[in-house]
Design a protein around this ligand. Structure first.
Ligand code: BYC
Length: 328
């Protein structure tokens, strides 16, 4: 439905039929025992393809995710905030490097991944296709988008593919600093002047729908969850992550006197589950397929960075210039 659909179902059926059944059974038994799969181990082609797809999208999300916050570095209110934001943005780009490295262990080159990003062939997180109009938007990202990312990443760091899990562990450690920084920024605005509180509330209103989309389509319509959870790449479903996020952060948002733009949002005490208005999955689909408010702008910036950096890559890859001593 979102790009995989029936094609993915067909691919899954064919891919698994083509695998050696004994090797496949051994592989699945290893996963069942909680062992890590390493790059030189045997793995089904579909596991490799799925991991490349997911890790690559994650890496792209980190690199594109640096853009909306990055535009606030020059306008951050005060020197301390500027330093902290600069360090955060730098960390996000570093996360992309760790993730590209993990995806490369599966056989796709970094150059191919970057090309697929700038040509619009690969996806990246929906949420970074929205504009950060105000400083409060940047604070929302630092606190709540990072919070959502941590929920997803802490779960998946216990997954089956060694290089991805190790990258996620390191990323989560850094994200926890981002979360504290972002929370501090939001507290400052939410407990500040009337104008600051209104600015923070407007940011929550703007970002809530993309935030609900961030965890992926509901389990009923998710394309890849079944196989990814079977092979322990995803350790929690999209809905489970969304629920955990709501459980951890809605009370904290309310505590600050902020409201959430969803009349149906409430915790059902009998089931322990949060109830909410079903997110608009058509809007989600449009945004992840290239038609969000900032998709074109984000890719244009990335394309420009690629072009401007070409001479550096070429210089680094050029064969060493021969050193000739003046006396020779
Ligand atoms: N945005 O079958 P489903 C950060 C796509 S960065 C866009 O449920 P899956 C940060 C999905 O790819 C951290 N596309 O997929 C950085 C698939 O399309 P294709 C971001 C989405 O893989 C800087 C289709 O929809 N975190 O936090 O089982 C500054 C069907 O979905 C999205 C990650 O990347 C989406 N939100 O589950 C601040 C986590 N959701 O490929 C902060 C790693 C779904 O068939 N990724 N799609 O064309 C994952 O955990 C999983 O890939 C997802 C989706 C949960 C996102």
């Amino acid at each position: 439905m979102y790009g995989g659909g029936n094609t993915f179902e067909a691919m899954k059926a064919t891919a698994l039929v083509d695998e050696d059944p004994i090797k496949l059974a051994e592989f699945e038994a290893r996963i069942e025992r909680g062992e890590k799969i390493e790059p030189s181990d045997w793995m089904p082609q579909l596991y490799r393809k799925q991991l490349i797809r997911m890790i690559e999208q994650h890496a792209h999300s980190e690199i594109i995710g640096a853009l909306p916050e990055g535009t606030w570095i020059t306008r951050a209110p005060g020197f301390k905030r500027k330093l902290a934001l600069m360090a955060k943005v730098q960390d996000e780009v570093g996360h992309a490097q760790l993730l590209y490295g993990a995806a490369e262990t599966l056989g796709k080159s970094r150059e191919d991944m970057i090309q697929d990003l700038i040509n619009g062939k690969s996806k990246y997180s929906n949420i970074f296709n929205y504009p950060a109009f105000t400083w409060a938007d940047s604070c929302f990202i630092s606190w709540l988008v990072d919070a959502g990312a941590i929920v997803n990443q802490v779960a998946n760091s216990k997954g089956s593919y060694g290089p991805y899990c190790r990258a996620l562990e390191r990323i989560c450690a850094e994200e926890s600093f981002h979360l504290k920084y972002g929370h501090h920024c939001v507290i400052h605005l939410a407990t500040g002047t009337k104008k600051q509180r209104e600015m923070m509330q407007a940011a929550v209103n703007r970002w809530w729908a993309p935030m609900m989309h961030f965890f992926g389509p509901s389990d009923k319509i998710s394309v890849h969850s079944e196989i990814l959870m079977k092979w322990k790449v995803k350790m929690a479903s999209n809905d489970e992550c969304r629920q955990q996020f709501l459980d951890m952060y809605v009370p904290k948002i309310w505590e600050l006197g902020l409201t959430i733009p969803d009349d149906k949002l409430m915790k059902n005490e009998a089931t322990g589950q949060w109830e909410y208005t079903e997110p608009d999955w058509d809007e989600f689909k449009r945004v992840i397929n290239g038609d969000g408010p900032c998709n074109k702008e984000r890719l244009a910036v990335r394309r420009k960075a690629e072009e401007r950096g070409r001479w550096v890559r070429e210089a680094l890859l050029a064969p060493k210039a021969k050193y000739v001593t003046p006396l020779a």
